[in-house]
Design a protein around this ligand. Structure first.
Ligand code: NAP
Length: 483
């Protein structure tokens, strides 16, 4: 690996294969959450700029859909290779604009690259069906076709992986797209699209726009009837707004929304494995992950030991600037995130929770909150009902299996759950009854490009990754044939 990608300091919009200024010439500053200093800027698109991106994507659509799957596959494979080649430079860019520890950023880049490798392999496996109609008069032929121009909207917490998890299946399916990354972390998206151009992605197939008025530019795009797909990752609140908007144009939607993951530890669990799993499930990205364990339910016999050992591991983490290679926990993304986490911890403590580790913001430049473990957390504490999105682990004791399942399901979210037990029958039984799109059984991580990622309830609609991820960008065409 080498540091080949130049860090883009000032980025224009990327439309139709060209770097182009926004209509107004205005830029948005990008800040480093470790230092609060400006590290770059990106063009600030208007609705008119957004429609130029739709023009480019629409013009490229037929050509890309008609490109042989093998050729699409080979371009995607090159995207994978280039991302791996530039992994160090991309990781450092992610650390700088998002704040996450370099080790997390490096892991993200490799995970993000894997979507290109996986969907390079899926691009040549677009299959259909053929069958006899029950009445015997015709054959039912079903083939899958690209849905068309797609709007991809991504959050700041995984600036590379959330983009590639959408771009790769869109391109594999034969769709062209417009990516609108989060304003907090837009530089990574532009660095990735540079690599896509180098890999041979034709002009107009992937366009990137950034804007300080996300709703105005996305509304303009969604009102354009040439756009046929919306793939969104972000908060449930914004997901609802976009679903309403997409309803007006009857646009095909995929929604990867918020989570409130339970982490259930039974008293027969391998506690070493549960602690290791908890550190990954809670602290990957400093807790700023939709999959982050948000509520720890631990059976009474092992609860005190689990909480103490977790507090000791959390308390030992090295907190510091994201780009410092010694750092294990970087800053939160901005001041509002620190204020939110602080308010949730204070609320729990006011209602009776005890602090075993952390429990406060760090007094220095940047947006730091100490890794925190709380115990004796009362049921009405706000942080059990809300996505914490920070390095805070609330521990709650339970007695019976039924109780653990009820607690785990007492949320409007349903993205992922973690279960630790040595009894596989119990593990599978509980996994089946927890209302979530994904369960990690005796593991602290579910994310895998080869697996269907997604939630139920208020955590979303549709799946990303696996073969499912490509079908989200395709529509079934049924041809009734008399032959
Ligand atoms: P967010 O506020 O919902 O923003 C996500 C994206 O939507 C950003 O690009 C944002 O642009 C844009 N946006 C905001 N308001 C919009 C509007 N009215 N119309 C159109 N676009 C709009 O979420 P976030 O704070 O970036 O990310 C954290 C959330 O994402 C958490 O809830 C987390 O659980 C969720 N998430 C889910 C998954 C998953 O796979 N389920 C993965 C990662 C994150 P601006 O940045 O310009 O506001």
């Amino acid at each position: 690996m080498r540091n080949a990608t130049p860090v883009p300091i000032a980025c224009d919009l990327f439309i139709g294969g060209r770097w182009t200024a926004s209509e107004t010439g205005r830029h948005i500053d990008v800040l480093d959450p470790s230092t609060e200093k400006t590290i770059g800027s990106v063009a600030d698109a208007t609705p008119a700029d957004a429609l130029r991106a739709v023009d480019a994507a629409a013009q490229a659509a037929d050509g890309w859909a008609a490109t042989a799957p093998r050729q699409r596959s080979e371009i995607l494979r090159r995207c994978y290779e280039l991302m791996v080649r530039d992994a160090d430079a991309l990781a450092s860019l992610i650390s700088r604009e998002n704040g996450k520890a370099l080790c997390d950023a490096k892991a993200e880049v490799l995970y993000a690259a894997e979507f290109f490798r996986w969907f390079a392999e899926e691009a040549v496996r677009i299959q259909g069906d053929i069958g006899m109609a029950p009445g015997g008069a015709s054959r039912i032929v079903v083939q899958y076709q690209p849905v068309g121009v797609a709007l991809l909207i991504t959050p700041w917490n995984f600036p590379a992986a959330m983009a590639t998890r959408k771009i790769a299946p869109a391109l594999a399916a034969g769709c062209t797209c417009i990516l609108k990354p989060a304003t907090e972390t837009p530089l990574t998206a532009y660095a990735v699209v540079r690599l896509l151009a180098e890999a041979g992605v034709p002009d107009g197939v992937v366009n990137v726009i950034t804007s300080s008025t996300a709703s105005k530019v996305s509304n303009a795009i969604l009102e354009d009837r040439r756009v046929r797909k919306l793939s969104f990752t972000g908060s449930t609140e914004v997901g609802r707004i976009l679903l309403r908007k997409a309803a007006d144009a009857v646009i095909n939607c995929s929604m990867e929304l918020g989570g409130n993951a339970p982490f259930v530890v039974f008293d027969d669990a391998d506690i070493d494995a549960a602690i290791d799993g908890a550190m990954v499930a809670k602290m990957r990205n400093g807790g700023e992950a939709c999959t982050a364990a948000n509520r720890f339910y631990v059976q009474r016999a092992v609860a005190a030991e689990f909480a103490q050992r977790l507090a000791s591991r959390m308390g030992d983490l090295v907190v510091g600037d994201g780009v410092d290679p010694r750092t294990q926990c970087g800053p939160l993304v901005n001041a509002a995130a620190v204020a939110k986490v602080g308010a949730l911890v204070d609320d729990a403590v006011r209602k009776g929770a005890r602090i075993l580790a952390g429990g406060r913001a760090l007094e220095r430049d940047g947006h730091f909150y100490l890794p925190t473990v709380l115990t004796d957390v009362p049921p009405d504490a706000d942080l059990l009902g809300e996505e914490i999105f920070g390095p805070v682990a609330p521990v709650v004791v339970f007695d019976r299996e039924e109780e653990a399942i009820a607690l785990a399901n007492a949320t409007e979210y349903g993205l992922v759950a973690y279960v630790f037990t040595r009894d596989l029958a119990r593990g599978l039984r509980v996994s089946e009854r927890i209302e979530s799109g994904m369960v990690a059984l005796n593991r602290g991580l579910v994310s895998d490009p080869a697996a269907p990622f997604g939630g139920v309830k208020q955590s979303g609609l549709g799946r990303e990754g696996a073969h499912h991820g490509m079908l989200e960008f395709m529509e079934a065409k049924y041809i009734s044939v008399a032959w």
